[in-house]
Design a binder for this molecule. Structure first.
Ligand code: RFL
Length: 395
């Protein structure tokens, strides 16, 4: 039984980068919204994930007053290294494109966005909600129901639109009937052991190690914390990766003479199965998906959080145009506008994945193709520029 009802213009489901950015921008533009988040505030403010923000995304956050702490604290990267056959090959993408990455842990961005929305502008955000369900998506009066974690009572949020920003494992996407959308997916058949380590970075930027034993990567996060990845079988048990085994593989696959890898305490290990998907269209009736709920890009090219922000910029502008000015054109074009960038990033990630994992490909033809691509990238400034434009998200 519903015991309380709230009326708002937009119900935002999920308080990740997509949902929080959407909510902040709606509020700034005078559109009323309620954010529903399954986890606690403390949990989302500490959940480590992404770290690389493309410059265009940061400039857009800055324009909206949402990048204050980020601009003070984030590191900047404009080059990365490939390491293979015991040699280093640096790609200076800032020189080739005029743009760089900002390195800022996702949980710090989430912390800033929650503070701006909940504390800075007294936005309505409800944490720990259970049993979230969406109703009447194709009518004029959709709603979302949920169970309050404290009282156990059912609440209804009545709204004009729903922003489904609840990530890869959320419920929004599942409310779109299968015959109303295409779910396009690709499984690489590869796993990555994702590690967070209490150690200073071992290199200035990102290092991609291409090795017959498997791919490995190093990504600086903060002066004290570094992320590493090791290619592993999909579905592998992180418990198979002891401290000794992790460091032995990282030294073997990543270190080259004169450029050692600094060890530290491993504070997080999880296995990610590399797969991608896109839900097309991203809209169904009054529901509009944004971020990982609509599309997943394996973290090969560090694209997911950037796409989540891109969707949020477009969705908040489209909803504002509709709700404040009665102009529905942007909302009608929202899915197509997002998907242009999404498919470019998917194609980039697929191409890059083939290069990074080529050395372990069972098929020698594929392995040699990957080598040929890498050689071209490292020998042709035109090929390098084309690659780097996608790497930094300059479309
Ligand atoms: P999120 O961040 O998953 O947020 C969704 C939120 O919805 C909540 N939720 C619900 N709330 C209410 N009701 C429900 N039924 C709900 N179900 C879920 C969740 O608790 C959560 O708070 O999705 P969003 O906002 O779309 O953001 C996407 C990004 O988080 C994701 O794409 C990136 O983390 C991917 N990614 C990277 N992206 C980059 O751009 N650069 C990187 O360097 C990068 N590194 C990474 C990554 C992802 C990783 N993992 C863990 C998959 C590194 C890793 C290891």
């Amino acid at each position: 039984m519903i015991t309380a009802t709230t009326r708002t213009q937009v119900a935002v489901i999920g308080a990740g980068p997509a949902g929080l950015t959407t909510a902040n921008l709606l509020r700034q533009r005078g559109v009323d919204c309620v954010v529903l988040e399954a986890q606690s505030r403390e949990f989302i403010e500490q959940r480590p994930r992404a770290g690389f923000l493309e410059e265009w995304a940061v400039r857009e956050l800055e324009r909206r007053g949402l990048a204050g702490r980020l601009l003070q604290q984030a590191g900047q990267h404009g080059a990365f290294e490939f390491r293979f056959a015991a040699r280093r090959h640096t790609v200076r993408y800032a020189e080739l494109t005029g743009h760089h990455h900002f390195v800022y842990p996702q949980q710090e961005l989430v912390t800033d966005l929650v503070a701006a929305y909940a504390d800075g502008s007294a936005g309505d955000i409800r944490f720990g909600v259970r049993d979230v369900r969406l109703h009447d998506l194709t009518g004029d009066s959709p709603s979302v129901t949920y169970t309050d974690p404290h009282t156990g009572q059912s609440h209804r949020v009545e709204c004009a639109y729903i922003a489904g920003c609840d990530g890869a494992r959320g419920v929004s996407r599942r409310h779109i009937p299968a015959h109303e959308s295409v779910f396009a997916s690709h499984d690489y058949g590869i796993g990555w052991l994702a590690l967070l380590v209490e150690a200073p970075p071992s290199a200035d930027g990102v290092v991609f190690g291409i090795h017959p034993r498997g791919f490995a990567a190093h990504m600086a996060r903060t002066p004290q914390i570094t992320r590493f990845y090791l290619q592993c079988p999909p579905g592998d048990d992180p418990a198979n990766w002891s401290h000794e085994r992790v460091w032995q593989e990282l030294h073997t696959r990543l270190a080259v003479p004169g450029a050692p890898i600094t060890e530290g305490r491993i504070v997080e290990r999880q296995v990610l199965d590399m797969h991608n998907y896109v839900v097309e269209p991203m809209s169904y009736g009054r529901l509009h998906l944004a971020g990982d709920s609509a599309h997943l890009v394996a973290p090969i090219g560090a694209k997911g959080m950037n796409l989540a922000l891109h969707d949020a910029f477009l969705l908040s502008a489209a909803l504002t145009a509709q709700l404040r000015h009665g102009d529905g054109a942007r909302l009608a074009g929202y899915s197509a506008d997002c998907l242009r960038r999404v498919w470019q990033y998917q194609e980039f990630s697929q191409w890059f994945a083939d290069v990074l994992h080529g050395a372990t490909h069972a098929d020698p033809f594929h392995a040699r193709m990957a080598e040929a691509r890498l050689q071209r990238l490292l020998s042709s400034p035109a090929a390098a520029t084309a690659f780097c434009e996608l790497y930094i998200g300059k479309l």
